[in-house]
Design a binder for this molecule. Structure first.
Ligand SMILES: *Cc1c(COP(=O)(O)O)cnc(C)c1O
Length: 442
């Protein structure tokens, strides 16, 4: 499933490059991406949904590296943006404006105006108030704004509560019982055109029937809109397709498609989807170096040079990431996260139980707790897997740490797609003394 990161001769490779060579070139911590993984996942979705003429809009927020976005754009991908900045990024990377969708509960008039000016495919609208706002901005521009209503179908995605978005208590989308009134309002507002409906029920979904249930929930509404002669073209089924963090956890996209595609086809709509994690998650690893081994009671702290500011997911979602030494003598060859991975997640018989932690001053600064791993020594490299999604995208400068470098591998070659941040980069814009002082008004 994830041959892009594989062990060969007891050493970890990304495609054709031993990752240790990358770490020696760039230093650590460093994110390493397999470009081929991104393209392969995109192609797998296009293939699985071919009968409903899919437009894949890669969800930029999962991993917004410009070099990767460019590769995606060249492969024909569209993009799902959730801010003006992401629309800008997509365009900078060469995206066709007509393949960009714009979601988010709090789009400002400035963001709406920018997206209209660029000619995006449509806005995913999350409230009545937003409909009014888009209409006002479009009227000023004497334009018709293309919109999709984001429906909250009240479906349980059975995932972590922070990444569930399609239940009634979540802030996202419009309740079905308000949706008819919204459609009516769109008809009244001459500057809006309803082009589709949008669903996005959550992230890291590993049950193949959740999206299908969401489609079933909105089907009566879609039929009603068609009877009222709304020119519906698209059903945007959102993202959320789960991946393997544990070996064998993710589902093939065909399992989702088998349930979704016939339903979309029956509705006579073109399919749009917004995968983020599915495209990027297993396309990246975080490479980090052991700084100290600190025995403590019946376990060891393995203190590494990456920290929660570089990869936040374990700290805020208690997320599991597979971690394994880059050099693992005697390990059989094979994909690190493939179904027949050579790695035993329970650890080796003669392993050591580690808490793998970073140097940041927080007890929540960890990557793995109580993890049995082969014994590691200072200076050795550890690979943290499945870091391509919501890794660098959520990185910060907490503890005045520059964010890691990002490297893209393509076959036997690699390039630095984002320089490591220097301390000067981090403090840019800060001042020791005022440039200008303002007085409180009396
Ligand atoms: C975050 C997000 C996605 C992508 O979710 P994944 O779980 O990464 O696939 C898609 N659509 C919307 C509207 C989002 O907010």
């Amino acid at each position: 499933m994830n041959e892009e990161f594989h062990y060969k001769g007891g050493e970890l490779y990304c495609e054709g490059v031993p990752v240790q060579q990358i770490a020696m070139k760039t230093g650590t911590p460093v994110y390493v991406y397999s470009q081929n993984h991104f393209l392969k996942q995109h192609a797998a979705i296009v293939d699985a949904f071919h009968e409903v003429d899919p437009l894949v809009c890669y969800s930029i927020k999962a991993n917004s590296n410009l070099g990767l976005l460019r590769a995606m754009a060249l492969a024909g991908s569209g993009f799902d943006a959730v801010s003006k900045g992401e629309v800008y990024r997509a365009l900078r990377a060469g995206a066709e404006p007509g393949k960009i969708v714009f979601a988010g509960v709090g789009k400002t008039p400035d963001e709406i105006d920018y997206a209209l000016e660029q000619g995006i495919l449509m806005f995913n609208v999350e409230s009545e108030a937003e409909l009014e706002a888009i209409s006002r901005v479009a009227a000023k521009r004497k334009m018709e704004a293309p919109v999709a209503l984001r429906i909250n179908p009240d479906v349980d995605p059975k995932t972590h509560k922070y990444i569930s978005t399609g239940k009634r208590e979540n802030k996202f989308g419009i309740d079905l019982d308000r949706a008819e009134a919204c459609a009516k309002r769109i008809k009244e507002l001459k500057n809006l055109r309803l082009r589709g409906l949008h669903l996005h029920i959550g992230s890291q979904i590993t049950y193949a029937d959740r999206h299908a249930e969401a489609i079933d929930k909105v089907t009566p509404f879609i039929k009603s809109l068609k009877q009222q002669d709304f020119p519906l073209e698209f059903l945007n089924v959102g993202g959320g397709y789960g991946i393997s963090y544990h070996i064998g956890e993710g589902l093939p996209i065909a399992d989702f498609a088998a349930q979704m595609a016939p339903r979309i086809k029956a509705l006579g709509l073109k399919m749009l989807c917004e995968p983020g994690r599915f495209i990027s998650g297993n396309g990246g690893i975080l490479l980090t170096q052991v700084v100290y081994d600190k025995p403590s009671g019946d376990k060891d702290f393995l203190i590494v040079d990456a920290a929660m500011n570089d990869l936040l997911r374990p700290s805020i979602y208690q997320a599991y990431h597979l971690a394994w030494p880059v050099k693992s003598p005697g390990l059989p060859d094979g994909g690190a996260l493939s179904d027949d991975s050579p790695i035993d997640e329970a650890g080796p018989g003669d392993g050591i139980t580690y808490d793998v932690v970073g140097p940041v001053c927080e007890s929540g600064d960890y990557f793995a707790l109580g993890r049995n791993l082969p014994k590691m020594n200072e200076g050795e490299l550890l690979a943290i897997f499945s870091c391509g999604a919501y890794g660098m995208a959520m990185a910060s400068n907490y503890n005045t740490r520059g964010r890691p470098a990002e490297v893209i591998v393509d076959g036997n070659q690699y390039w630095v797609a984002h320089d490591r941040e220097t301390i000067e980069d981090v403090i840019r814009g800060e001042r020791l003394t005022p440039r200008e002082t303002f007085s409180a008004k009396a």
